[in-house]
Design a binder for this molecule. Structure first.
Ligand SMILES: [Zn+2]
Length: 406
């Protein structure tokens, strides 16, 4: 076996160990051997390499356990750090987390979204530098960014962001990397939510599921065979821009009658405002819903019917084992949620719906941005078997010392 081939094989074994702990939590070496199917010497070599790179940490055995308990290995919580940024139309956040994905709440920054692109970059840079200055001993491996809009993975540009046009045509990844000297990965927000669910939700052990984001816009993240489906240029899953009414209202994408205009929390607010004859925001609309305002209840019922159509279309197209729903409207009332599920069931192919578990999301974009950079660093460590099979990535190396650490 050539040196290069044996090096790739070692890396892939290390990745299997890393993924095993990402999926199952802290484990001892014997447990990893039993669960991963790797030999004891291979696990020992892989864990030594991952500890050396600061991606795994050894935890002391529990002194109260019977016998001679083995040391537990867990994902690094302090040695290796990542940053997560969420850019939204009104508010942005910058979070710090360990390689285990746990956010350090005392390091979180939240600030109003600037009204220009350069000012937005300045603000993010300033917050990131504050976090790094506060802990100069720590290593930061990279930064994940969740953005609204259509992100082209071939060019790195945001094609258009219907709800935040200051991002249109910008290459946020290269601009932030240049300013921060940190590896940066930008994710379309529905894809970020999808990865967040994979890391911390009920879908964490599932290789085929779909997340349907029906909040501000209507987006979708699809995990198939354990991989996020991106399409040829990262634009896969834009179910929101399917025309459902040729005479409908104009969508942020420029077309008219898109599904996004009728099947989102935003559509619920618009219908409620039209019925009430005054401007309101989502918080107002949800409060009026809880107060049983009949006009707002009617707006919610109409919106939820279109949400059911979006759900049944997704189930029919992808036949997922789980469908994860992200919507504040459907979170507000379990009766409304159950009615929406019943309608989606009626509109779906019976066999596809029967095989699909539908549930509300537990992740948010902040977790998604952090999950995105951890997934990227894992992919850079070594390709997964599925990636090799589909030739999604070429040989990629990640060395912490290359990444502008403090
Ligand atoms: Zn559209």
């Amino acid at each position: 076996m050539s040196i290069v081939a044996s090096e790739i094989l070692s890396r892939m074994n290390e990745r299997r160990v890393l993924e095993y702990i990402q999926r199952h939590g802290p484990k001892s070496r014997p447990e990893i051997v039993r669960g991963s199917g790797l030999s004891s010497p291979t696990v020992s070599k892989a864990t030594d390499a991952l500890i050396g790179e600061g991606l795994l940490e050894e935890a002391a055995p529990n002194p109260e356990a019977f016998g001679r308990p083995a040391k537990t290995l867990r994902l690094s919580s302090r040695t290796t750090n990542v940053l997560g940024v969420v850019i939204d139309a009104g508010v942005c956040t910058v979070d710090r987390a360990g390689f285990d994905g746990l956010r350090q709440e005392d390091a979180a920054h939240q600030f109003p979204t600037a009204d220009g692109y350069e000012a937005l970059l300045e603000e993010i840079q300033s917050r990131v530098e504050q976090i790094r200055r506060a802990d100069p001993q720590s290593t930061f491996r990279g930064i994940g960014v969740s953005v609204p809009g259509l992100l082209n993975l071939k060019t790195g540009q945001i094609e258009t962001s219907p709800n935040l046009h200051l991002l249109d045509g910008q290459n946020l990844q290269s601009d932030l990397q240049a300013r921060l000297g940190l590896r940066c990965i930008v994710l379309q927000e529905s894809h970020a939510l999808c990865l967040g669910e994979r890391f911390c939700g009920p879908a964490h052990d599932i290789d085929d599921f779909v997340l349907l984001d029906m909040s501000t816009g209507l987006g979708m993240g699809v995990v198939s065979n354990g991989q996020l489906l991106t399409g040829s240029s990262g634009l896969a899953g834009e179910i929101g821009h399917i025309t459902i009414n040729t005479q409908g209202i104009r969508c942020g994408c420029g077309n008219v009658g898109c599904l996004e205009t009728v099947a989102t929390d935003t559509a619920f607010v618009r219908r409620s405002a039209e019925a009430l004859g005054r401007q309101i925001d989502l918080r107002d609309a949800l409060k009026l819903y809880r107060d049983e305002n009949p006009l707002v209840r009617t707006a919610a019922a109409e919106t939820s019917e279109w949400m059911a159509i979006a759900m049944s279309s997704t189930i029919n197209i992808f036949n997922p084992s789980q469908l994860v729903i992200h919507s504040q409207l459907l979170h507000v009332d379990s009766d409304l949620y159950q009615k929406t599920i019943a309608s989606a069931c009626k509109r779906s192919l019976r066999a596809s719906f029967r095989d699909c578990r539908v549930h509300l999301s537990v992740a948010d974009k902040r977790r998604g941005a952090i999950a995105g950079i951890i997934q990227h660093l894992t992919d850079c460590w070594a390709p997964s078997v599925a990636q090799l099979k589909h030739s999604v990535v070429g040989r990629s190396r990640f060395s912490p010392s290359e990444d502008g650490n403090d």
